[in-house]
Each structure stands twice: as C-alpha cells, then as structure tokens.
Design a protein around this ligand. Structure first.
Ligand code: FMN
Length: 232
C-alpha cells in the first residue's frame, strides 16, 4: 500500500502526532509512505494565471515544485491531508498547495485513479474549529473525486501535544485505532458514493457542451467519459 501525506505545517505538534498514530496503525513492512511538509514542499502561491486550466498543468509557473506532489497523490492508495486549525480554517500553507489542485477538480480534469482512492483528513484545534477544517479538507478531496473520505477532527484543549491531557490522548488513540481499522478494510474496495456520481454526471453534461476550454474537454474525450466510460 502507498500512503501520501500532506502536512499542513512543519512542526511536530498535536496534528502531526495524531497523524503519526494513524501511520503506525495503518502501516506494515510493505507500506510506502511519502510525506510532504508545507510550505517546504510547495512554497509558491497560485498567481491566478489560469495556465493550468487552459493550457495544461505543465504550464503552471510552479509546475516543477507542484507536480512531484501531485504525482505522489495520484500514485497513492490512501491520501492524508492534515492541518492544525488556524482562525477557524486550515493553515495558509496547506491552502497554498490545494489552490494548485484546482485543475484536478471534477468540473475540470479529475484524475481517473482518484475515484477508487481512500482519503483521510485530520485536524486539531484548542477549543473550536477542528470540524470546520476537516470539512474543508474533505470538500477538496471530494472535488478531486476521492471515492471515500474519513474525517478525524479533535479539539485537544492545548497548544502543544505535550500539554494534551493523558486521558484525552488515550481517547484519541482508541478513536484512531477504530478508524484505522475501517480505513484498512476500505482500501482496494472503494466505490464512489451517490454524491460523487451525481457531480460527475452533472460535469459530464457540462463538458458535452464545453466550447470554452478545449484542454478540459480533450481530457474528458480522451478518457471516454463523454461516451459510456466511467472512472469507477
Ligand atoms: C495562528 C493560530 C490560530 C489558531 N486558531 C484557533 C482557532 O480558531 N480555534 C481553536 O480552537 N484553536 C486555534 N488555535 C490553536 C490550535 O489550533 C491548537 O492548539 C492545535 O491543536 C495546534 O495544533 P498543532 O499542535 O499541530 O500545531 C490556533 C493556533 C494558532 C497558532
């Protein structure tokens, strides 16, 4: 199994430690883990040139730093996005990378492999907001086409992992164990849900009449998605 992890921060706090707990429960000797830490691995903001949408992702001025991360996502069986909650949202550095994935959204050029992947989104907050972050991260994976997404958000009542109460840590560990077991059962058995299928159908109709973006349309034609082919 291949796991790709996008860390929304460079430091090893509560969010990183919970992600490590998941990786320990999910891995065995055959597991390949690719980790990217933001902003080290994608320091460049989207400049809004629209090149990825209209000319192709290789025409993004930051393609050389963005594409290795995109390739690792597309090769993975499990994609993990994680971020601490900052002012009721994800970290800016993770959002910086996610903006670069706009061209991979279902309305544009979703990668066919996405629909059979599993996603896991993780966030911690001190008191409130972890749920908002996991919702936003799940939305991104949904629009990439990821077939099944698990959410793990915890309000840890602390500013560091060291100061999280031990009782809370043991609850977290139990919850991680249960969710990791579900994830392992799901890998290799994903069929996208009705919401993904409906979104795909809607965008298929839109692409049939697409006379505004030949780059997107060509992707749908090449995959056979304007005929009967489906990516699942
Ligand atoms: C800039 C900043 C903004 C934050 N905003 C929130 C917030 O909106 N809600 C909240 O409950 N905690 C907030 N926190 C606290 C962190 O989300 C919380 O301590 C989290 O567990 C830190 O995760 P980490 O240890 O992985 O960095 C904020 C922390 C920082 C540094």
């Amino acid at each position: 199994m291949k796991i790709t992890v996008l860390h929304g921060q460079m430091h090893k706090g509560s969010t990183w430690n919970i992600t490590q707990l998941f990786l320990e429960k999910l891995s065995d000797k055959n597991t390949e883990i690719n980790e990217f830490f933001m902003p080290k691995h994608t320091p460049s903001f989207c400049i809004g040139c629209f090149n990825c949408f209209t000319k192709g992702e290789d025409k993004c001025p930051h393609a050389d730093i963005v594409q290795p991360v995109v390739n690792a996502i597309e090769e993975a069986d499990l994609v993990i996005l994680e971020s601490p909650c900052y002012v009721l949202g994800m970290s800016g550095q993770l959002k910086t990378f996610l903006d670069h994935m706009g061209y991979r959204w279902i309305p544009h050029r979703p990668h066919p492999k996405m629909f059979s992947k599993v996603g896991l989104v993780i966030s911690t907050a001190a008191g409130a907001g972890a749920g908002k972050v996991t919702k936003a991260l799940k939305d991104n994976l949904f629009y990439w086409g990821v077939g099944k997404v698990y959410r793990f958000g915890k309000n840890v009542g602390a500013s560091s992992w060291e100061t999280v109460k031990s009782e809370k840590k043991s609850h977290i560990e139990n919850d991680v164990t249960q969710m990791a077991a579900k994830i392992l059962n799901k890998i290799g058995n994903v069929k996208p849900g009705i919401k993904t299928k409906a979104m795909f159908k809607l965008m298929q109709m839109s692409q049939k009449s697409n006379n505004w973006n030949p780059t997107d349309k060509e992707h749908w034609v090449r995959n056979g998605w304007l005929n009967r082919n489906k990516p699942w």
